[in-house]
Design a binder for this molecule. Structure first.
Ligand SMILES: [Fe+2]
Length: 469
């Protein structure tokens, strides 16, 4: 056979075109098979109005100013909106109030990333300790079709707050149904928080794991899927998220996350840490994601020193700090960085922080009250296992994971067989979540529940701290 270049060229061109067509088809197939897979390419969003629509989704609430009188509702639509409004009323009443909606384009991850629309509306002024119903009406710009959300309920805090008050801790969740089967217990945690809502939820970071969940081509799809999965909880309970190494640095970025949330105003140098107070409890939500180079720097340490000092002077009885990176962690997946401990612990001790909460290393570890913490040293303020007096030292609790096991170990983060001397309670065999209970103005408790397939919630640990004059 006499094969000349002239004869081979059409064949080669055909093969190349075929390969390109297959590659494009694979990208689109991967894009459209995922649970969030709509509106991936901007061109398709415009042309395919059936998928780029004004249906409200990913609904979640926040109380960045005053949880007794003010609730902000945030949501997304995959397409542009002509008109949108939030309707709300005290539960059981007939007449609806309406409020304006502020809309903006969502950030996208590169030119091929989807660009959805973000919306926010503020319900204010509200009456303290009142259940409100709300719903969203939204009309598409192109189709003029009107969408209406389900009816949701949210309750304002009392003023002054009533006890007991519960604050759930959620972190390292992942999304249910991962192909690698690392999230067998994502749903039981959700179910518990739907059935027994907390007053607030603190997020300690690492939510959808876009980098290792192969269902998502773009990170914002994974973020959208997580917000949809958690909508039944977050549409009724205000969420105060902090960011982990996944939200900042593993395909996801804080630029994708932060525009979706309404958080308390902050002048922190990193722009990602913030503070708020509930009753006499002051919270510092600290961006310390456990990534080299992102440990709080000198400016942040100075800012922390100042806000904790101001909180004490302002009469806060309890100080709680939460961040993603643990101060003490001995698991195989993410052992703690002694340099971070040496930098942060002296500030916590200076202001007598009562409780430090973290996650990242996927197993439970909780210390005794500690003092004199340096890189390698510490002293124990009380050898009691569960009950403490305020002022005995800083208690460090690593409460992780709420749903997802570690990719590094394919399991929980295995702990050494012998418990380390500063650790009071440890467990590397159960998914779990914490509930911070403000039992009275002078009593604070952290209750940690283990979850399993039976959806029973065994108590894994209880820490009680009391003010004793
Ligand atoms: Fe992490």
């Amino acid at each position: 056979m006499n094969l000349t270049l002239e004869k081979l060229m059409p064949v080669a061109t055909g093969v190349l075109l075929g390969a390109a067509a297959v590659a494009i088809a694979m990208i689109l197939l991967k894009t459209f098979r995922g649970p969030t897979a709509i509106c991936t390419l901007n061109i398709l969003c415009i042309k395919t109005n059936s998928v780029a629509n004004a249906a409200p989704q990913q609904i979640h609430i926040a109380t960045p100013v005053d949880g007794a009188r003010d609730i902000v509702v945030s949501w997304e639509t995959s397409g542009p909106v002509e008109q949108s409004r939030l309707e709300y009323r005290p539960a059981g009443q007939e007449n609806w109030q309406t409020t304006d909606v502020v809309s903006k384009r969502a950030p996208a991850n590169g030119i091929l990333g989807s660009r959805q629309w973000l919306h926010q509306a503020r319900m204010t002024p509200l009456t303290p300790e009142t259940v409100y119903e709300y719903r969203i009406r939204s009309q598409g710009r192109f189709s003029r079709r009107t969408y209406e959300s389900e009816l949701y309920r949210a309750k304002t805090l009392d003023d002054p707050i009533k006890y007991p008050l519960s604050i759930a801790l959620v972190t390292d969740t992942g999304l249910a149904g991962r192909a690698d089967r690392l999230t067998p217990h994502a749903n039981p945690v959700l179910a518990r928080l739907i059935d027994q809502p907390a007053h607030l939820i603190l997020g300690l970071g690492d939510y959808p794991y876009a980098d290792s969940d192969e269902r998502f081509l773009f990170p914002e799809q994974a973020i959208g899927a997580w917000l949809r999965e958690w909508q039944p909880v977050l549409a009724q309970t205000p969420f105060y998220p902090q960011w982990g190494n996944h939200e900042c640095c593993l395909r996801e970025t804080t630029d994708l996350w932060t525009p979706r949330f309404e958080l308390p105003e902050s002048d922190s140098p990193d722009g990602l840490s913030y503070t708020f107070q509930i009753g006499n409890v002051f919270f510092l939500s600290l961006f310390s994601p456990g990534v080299e180079g992102l440990t709080p720097n000198a400016y942040m340490l100075s800012w922390m020193d100042e806000v904790l000092s101001t909180a004490r002077e302002g009469g806060a009885l309890w100080l709680i700090v939460y961040q993603h990176e643990p101060i003490y962690a001995h698991g195989q997946a993410h052992p703690a960085d002694p340099e971070t401990r040496a930098a942060l612990a002296p500030i916590f001790e200076k202001h007598k922080v009562d409780l430090h909460l973290s996650s990242h290393d996927q197993s439970y570890e909780r210390t005794y009250p500690l003092n004199g913490v340096t890189r390698d040293e510490f002293s124990i303020g009380s050898q009691e296992v569960n009950e403490y007096r305020q002022g005995q030292g800083v208690i460090y609790a690593k409460v992780s994971p709420s749903g997802k096991k570690s990719n590094i170990t394919g399991d929980f983060s295995h702990l050494p067989p012998e418990k380390m001397p500063m650790i009071a309670v440890a467990n590397d065999k159960a998914h779990h979540f914490g509930v911070l209970e403000l039992r009275s103005p002078e009593e604070l408790a952290l209750v940690v529940y283990a979850v399993d397939d039976t959806r029973t919630y065994d108590v894994l640990d209880v820490v009680t701290i009391r003010v004793i004059p």
